[in-house]
Design a protein around this ligand. Structure first.
Ligand code: NAP
Length: 248
């Protein structure tokens, strides 16, 4: 028996990195998982195959989650295939880093749309069914940068701080219907997003982490699985920081 047997999860940006680890973690405990992706079809199909090999079911669904019509199509595909949505993980995200003088308005808009608008659109799409079934879990992947800020990431930090406000407002709005809304704030995690950093920046970042290592996507996935589980039934509107102690 898996702790997510009978549950249906959507993981946005489930093809790579942290989203991939979350999809595999939920799937390995029995959830049927919709693995959303934007461009990486082969990577998403690989995640689907791994979940099926572990004995559950999964489906890869292409959608740009910053687009309302594509979000509606994503939710239709998932409910057509699996009947409902119990767990939504708003994980899809991008960076477009530079100092504010060099950033263009488009660099702001695309990061806000991909990281924050997407979470709002998917939460809106998920809420209706969750409120009706009087149960559900929405988990937003924010960042320590949304709490502490970071030079060169004004657009990204604004999007991630926005996700924290969204988490708390929606948690208050739909708690009475049995739906919890929480956020997980990763620190410095090994993924494609951080792979481009120089040796020097990597070394300095690790020096600032009390636990002395970069996080793995699985470290974040375990925290998400906890918040998605029955064990977290009395937790809502919270931000769980998973950063090896970097920001405290
Ligand atoms: P990643 O390896 O770059 O993966 C990003 C994922 O988001 C991919 O699956 C990508 O899909 C998907 N995606 C991007 N734009 C999308 C769109 N418009 N519609 C649907 N999916 C889209 O990044 P990651 O490091 O795993 O980050 C995952 C989340 O954690 C992000 O929200 C990020 O901000 C957050 N985070 C990461 C770190 C870190 O240190 N890595 C720290 C704090 C927070 P495709 O594969 O199809 O492109």
């Amino acid at each position: 028996m898996g702790k997510f047997d009978g549950k249906v999860a959507i993981v946005t940006g489930g093809s790579r990195g942290i989203g991939r680890a979350i999809a595999l973690e939920l799937g390995s405990h029995g959830a049927k998982v919709a693995v959303n992706y934007h461009a990486s079809a082969a990577a998403a199909e690989e995640v689907v195959a791994a979940i099926r090999a572990a004995g559950s079911d999964a489906l890869a669904v292409q959608a740009d989650v910053s687009d309302p019509e594509q979000v509606n199509a994503l939710f239709k595909a998932v409910t057509d295939a699996f009947g409902k949505v119990d767990i939504l993980v708003n994980n899809a995200g991008i960076t477009r880093d530079n100092v504010i003088m060099m950033l263009k308005p488009d660099d702001f808009d695309v990061v806000i749309d991909t990281n924050l608008r997407s979470a709002w659109l998917c939460s809106k799409a998920a809420s209706r069914g969750m409120m009706k079934q009087r149960s559900g879990r929405i988990i937003n992947i924010t960042s320590v940068v949304g709490i502490a800020g970071n030079g060169g990431q004004t657009n990204y930090a604004a999007s991630k701080a926005g996700m924290i406000g969204l988490t708390k407002a929606l948690a208050k709005e739909i708690a009475s219907r049995g739906v919890t809304v929480n956020a997980v704030a990763p620190g410095f995690i090994a993924s494609d997003m951080t792979a481009a950093l120089s040796e020097d920046i990597l070394k300095k970042a690790i020096e600032a982490i009390p636990l002395g290592r970069q996080g793995a996507p699985e470290d974040v996935a375990k925290a998400v699985a906890f918040l998605a589980s029955d064990d977290a039934a009395y937790i809502t509107g919270q931000v769980l920081v998973v950063d090896g102690g970097m920001v405290m």
